[in-house]
Design a binder for this molecule. Structure first.
Ligand code: SF4
Length: 362
């Protein structure tokens, strides 16, 4: 991957919101169909207002694969822009307002560690293992899955991805998010004692026998934002209002998922609230920008975040109005900064793994 961070000059950081909005609107009008701005649901209100299309990581990957736009500006974190670059054509270019906007979860798994684990797993097991990576991962991990008969998944299609994988192998090696892997596998009827949390330390709890018995081997990654929710708070809310409905993202831990009434991807949560009866009471476990937007969009339902404070993703917050305006101003001048271009060493195999994912829901 290529990261080319460009410092935000004072001439932009000192502009007011209305001046920045004016710049963005003017350049969008000028570039017309040549430009597509994609906005992840966790973006701030100020930024998402300029997105041509909104979505979760799966929805935005699909839109990127289908668009004809020459410039795709991805308002999200780096792995999402990488994914867009992989699924678009060579003549299209993907940009991100701040290329240093990473993802804690994606950084939990490094290719060298995953390859080392894969070697151990392959050496102790005579069964077929299929690697599955959550889309929140680097392009090198997606390429690893493409090269080794595996695929990518998102929280929207993790169950379908596990079905796909078990149709081709006896075990699944799932990374980097242990919680999405565990919650999804458990829903499929796989017992907790058939899942192994991978450790490079081959101790008694991770012995060859345990590895042989496991159906799902989980990487020990997690999302720092979705770890903020806890099941004690759910009990407290239920005492206060037995009618409350608890809906959580599958990146939450197992206890939270088990204590909730419902669980699903960002798109699933939005759809559930949209179709909920007027007057219903919902507590939602996911990033604060999405929950606050749901509150504004559906004022006739009682919606709250499943915590006493508002868990926020600092990486998503790096994508500011000023950075978006600055990037567009550079593109207008033909100065192609902050481009996200996945190294060709990984792009081909990563594309195979992503294509398998996109076909799951085709
Ligand atoms: S909310 Fe979690 S998984 Fe999503 S970008 Fe932020 S750190 Fe990564």
């Amino acid at each position: 991957m290529t990261i080319n961070p460009t410092k935000l000059p004072e001439s932009f950081s000192k502009l007011s919101a209305s001046e920045l909005n004016g710049i963005i609107k003017r350049i969008k009008a000028k570039l017309g169909n040549r430009l597509l701005i994609l906005g992840h649901h966790y973006m701030s209100d100020a930024v998402i207002a300029h997105a041509d299309r909104r979505g979760d990581s799966f929805g935005l990957a699909k839109i990127a694969a289908e668009t004809q736009a020459e410039y795709i500006v991805f308002c999200g974190v780096h792995f999402m822009a990488e994914t867009a670059d992989i699924v678009t054509r060579a003549e299209q270019q993907v940009f991100i307002p701040d290329p240093t906007a990473g993802c804690f979860l994606a950084d939990c798994a490094r290719i060298e560690e995953v390859k080392a684990a894969w070697q151990v797993l392959r050496s102790v097991s005579d069964m077929r293992i299929v690697p599955v990576t959550y889309v929140n991962s680097g392009a090198d991990l997606k390429a690893f899955c493409g090269e080794n008969g595996g695929l990518v998944c998102t929280s929207s299609n993790a169950a379908a991805a596990l079905n796909w994988a078990f149709g081709r192998g006896d075990k699944v090696f799932f990374f980097p998010d242990q919680h999405l892997g565990r919650n999804t596998a458990y829903r499929k009827g796989i017992a907790l004692d058939e899942m192994l949390l991978w450790s490079s330390d081959l101790s008694a709890s991770n012995s060859e026998d345990v590895i042989r018995r496991a159906k799902v081997i989980l990487w020990d990654g997690f999302c720092i934002v979705h770890q903020e929710f806890d099941s004690d708070y759910i009990s407290r809310l239920r005492r206060e209002d037995p009618q409350v409905r608890i809906i959580v993202h599958p990146e939450c831990d197992f206890d939270v998922a088990q204590s909730a009434d419902d669980m699903g991807s960002t798109a699933y949560i939005i759809d559930k609230i949209k179709n909920a009866p007027v007057g219903s009471h919902w507590a939602v476990a996911t990033e604060k920008n999405l929950v606050n937007r749901l509150k504004e969009d559906y004022p006739d339902r009682r919606i709250e975040i499943l915590q006493t404070f508002e868990p926020a993703c600092q990486s998503m917050a790096q994508i500011s109005l000023a950075r978006l305006a600055f990037l567009l101003a550079q593109l207008e001048r033909g100065n192609l900064i902050n481009r996200v271009a996945v190294d060709e060493r990984y792009a081909g195999a990563a594309r195979i793994a992503l294509k398998r994912m996109l076909e799951l829901n085709a």
